[in-house]
Design a protein around this ligand. Structure first.
Ligand code: SF4
Ligand code: SF4
Length: 256
């Protein structure tokens, strides 16, 4: 078994993920895979990538759910379906069970910044950490035979060859919707901590008692403009009749 740091980490670096603005584009998934395939640790392998049984190792995945609220205003109007995109990666728990269950010391939590990592040289691929993680955030790399997980891009965030504004995880740098934020959640005056307070951010499954560092911001109620009934919009009337000849044909073709 492996011990957690005796004292609380000096920092608690983590992510704040805004479920209200995530559009489920998977840009964060792709940038994470690209960065971590060429960076820290062994490459993130794929199996049968062009065959019928494709599978692979991803440190960040996005799951999409259709939610039909029964009431209340947190997700939307009662009875109206809404798609919620849910990005998921390691939450760098304060009381990480994946660390304490590890028989070799391969899984560990850093005292300086709270990041949970895997030392691949010590990992025997037993999978106990994956069984202990209630968030499904561990990924066995079948080619390397070792466990992988989000590193918060430690090879970016401390990389002094990068401009200061680029020293953020690849997923944060890539997100086109600015749904992902990075910072010290142990500092109540940090921008991410203020954002969590302002938007009523929450822990995932707090009842498990593992105190995840990452926070999620809930979807906000939909806003409708005055007079909007929610009925499908009427067909738009063209501003001008279609031009004659070749231009008209092209216009009609592109309008299909
Ligand atoms: Fe460990 Fe899972 Fe918590 Fe990450 S989310 S620290 S893998 S228990
Ligand atoms: Fe959501 Fe941003 Fe990831 Fe796209 S890149 S799926 S918007 S978190």
């Amino acid at each position: 078994m492996t011990a957690l740091p005796a004292d609380p980490p000096a920092k608690s670096l983590g992510l704040v993920i805004d479920l209200d603005v995530c559009v489920g584009c998977h840009a964060c998934v792709v940038s994470c895979k690209e960065w971590n395939t060429g960076g820290y640790g062994a490459a993130l392998s794929d199996q049968d990538p062009y065959g019928p049984n494709v599978s692979g190792t991803f440190l960040n995945r996005v799951h999409s759910f259709e939610v039909v609220p029964e009431g209340g205003t947190v997700v939307g109007e009662a009875g109206q379906a809404r798609i919620v995109h849910f990005p998921k990666s390691c939450l760098h728990c304060a009381d990480a069970p994946c660390v304490t269950v590890c028989p070799t010391g391969a899984s560990y939590k850093r005292g300086a910044d709270g990041i949970v990592l895997v030392d691949e040289a010590k990992c025997i691929g037993c999978g106990l950490c994956a069984w202990s993680c209630p968030y499904g955030a561990r990924e066995m790399d079948l080619a390397a035979g070792v466990m992988k997980k989000c590193t918060l891009c430690i090879d970016r965030i401390y990389n002094e060859t990068f401009a200061p504004e680029d020293r953020v995880p690849a997923c944060v740098a890539t997100c086109p919707a600015s749904a992902r934020h990075f910072g010290d959640l142990g500092d109540p005056d940090s921008d991410v901590s203020k954002l969590v307070v302002e938007r009523l951010g929450y822990d995932l499954m707090p009842e498990m008692g593992y105190a995840p560092t990452n926070k999620y911001l809930p979807p906000r109620p939909r806003q409708r403009s005055a007079g909007c009934t929610g009925a499908p919009a009427a067909a738009l009337t063209p501003a001008a009749p279609s031009p004659p000849g070749l231009l008209g044909w092209l216009d009609r073709l592109l309008s299909r």
